[in-house]
Design a protein. Structure first.
Ligand code: SR1
Ligand code: MG
Length: 405
């Protein structure tokens, strides 16, 4: 059993060589001359690309025993690497088209070898450049509905569901979300990060009892509503894309939680980019066209997600109580309201909390950036405050359009 050590590029090459020698991965020929470099720019892990002289390559991802973006003062369990690998296996069986393939996992070393998606782009970078992906909405809808439905009580027996809930207990990473999404932005906390020009707005958020109540209810549901196996971190940096392909990566925050959380996070990231484009695309017609594309993507994704779930419930539900249209519609109404609330919370925490998005932070003009930050805060507040009044997706889309105009 290998003792944990944090890898450098040489370790990564040696490790993959051993896998090749023992025929545990088939990407490389026996005579592969391997090289590696580390390029992780995420918040938590080491990420190496290991390649040979023929351009074959894999990704080796290793968890560090602390949060990389903060340092050793924020220790984190290595078990997140196991969780990530097991979510990838679970989701990969249910939706292989849109889940990065896992080639190997080592529990002791907290490392995973993954297919290299280097020919694709990370969605966040592409959307910062206003690139459009016509299949993104339908791919995300398919991924979230299939992985969501087949891990829910609609499909799993109560016994299997409980076993899976226990397999994916992920307290440390959940705690990060509980704190960063639902707690920090509503209190004074050293982790928060915003310019002094936002002081007044932040103060109004901290004094808004209705908003704090909405945040508390969303947090309570996140803590105690194990509806399905979530990806857990569905932001635009967790999605690889090109014009034909969409692949989800990085589900280390996976756990059994409320169905609305993943789709709400995804929609929140589309809206963060939407607002950022007010400062990024100067030509009005071009900006409007791109923002319309983003809004259509959000609407299509939610509509298709809902339709897939309705179809799956009518054809695949295993529990007689749930194979019922009225129940499914009621369930999905609650999912929608949760998703709107989580979407709003994502907008707020990415603006004033610890972890920001490059869509906004990369805006060079400080005044323009501030205007975007004000907009994301107002949008987030209004979505959180009005989430439970939306009875169906059309009411949600009307609300959204009224808030964006
Ligand atoms: C300390 S981790 C900060 C953020 O990065 C992850 O991707 C999650 O979104 C988390 O909230
Ligand atoms: Mg990540």
């Amino acid at each position: 059993m290998a003792k944990y050590t944090a890898f450098n590029a040489e370790h990564a090459v040696d490790y993959i060589k051993e896998l090749v020698k023992n025929e545990l991965i088939s990407v490389f020929p026996a005579d592969a001359a391997l090289t590696a470099y580390e390029f992780g720019d995420g918040n938590l892990n080491l990420v190496f690309r290991v390649a040979d002289q023929h351009n074959n390559s894999v990704i080796l991802k290793q968890a560090l025993p602390y949060a990389r973006c903060v340092g050793e003062s924020w220790p984190l369990s290595l078990d997140r690497a196991r969780i990530e690998a097991e979510v990838l296996i679970n989701h990969g069986k249910l939706c292989p088209e849109h889940t990065v393939a896992i080639l190997h996992h080592n529990v002791e070393l907290a490392l995973t070898v993954l297919e290299d998606l280097g020919e694709l782009q990370i969605l966040r970078g592409a959307q910062i450049n206003a690139e459009q992906f016509p299949l993104l909405a339908s791919h995300v809808a398919l991924y979230l509905s299939r992985t969501g439905f087949y891990n829910s009580d609609f499909y799993l027996s109560a016994e299997d569901k409980k076993a899976k809930v226990s397999q994916f207990i992920n307290p440390e990473l959940c705690k990060i979300t509980e704190d960063l999404f639902f707690t920090d932005p509503y209190i004074e906390h050293e982790r928060n990060n915003f310019p002094t020009e936002l002081n007044e707005h932040v103060e109004s958020i901290r004094n808004n009892d209705g908003l704090k109540l909405a945040a508390a209810k969303l947090k309570a549901k996140f803590l105690s509503c194990p509806q399905t196996l979530l990806h857990g971190d569905m932001h635009s940096g967790s999605i690889f894309v090109d014009s034909k392909t969409t692949k989800m990566i990085d589900p280390e925050f996976g756990f059994f939680g409320p169905v609305g959380f993943d789709i709400g996070s995804f929609m929140g990231n589309l809206l963060l980019n939407y607002c950022a484009q007010n400062a990024r695309i100067t030509e009005q017609a071009k900006r409007r066209q791109y923002q319309t594309h983003l809004l259509t993507c959000l609407q299509d994704c939610y509509s298709q997600f809902e339709q897939h779930w309705l179809n799956l419930a009518s054809s695949e539900a295993t529990d007689i109580s749930f194979a019922n249209r009225a129940f499914t519609e009621d369930y999905l109404q609650h999912v929608l309201r949760d998703a709107i609330g989580y979407c709003g919370a994502e907008l707020i925490r990415r603006t004033i909390g610890l972890a920001h998005v490059a869509d906004i932070d990369g805006i060079e003009d400080a005044q323009a950036r501030l205007a975007v930050q004000q907009q994301t805060l107002i949008l987030g507040e209004q979505l959180m405050l009005n989430a439970t009044s939306c009875n169906n997706k059309d009411e949600f889309f009307s609300l959204l359009i009224s808030l964006l105009n």
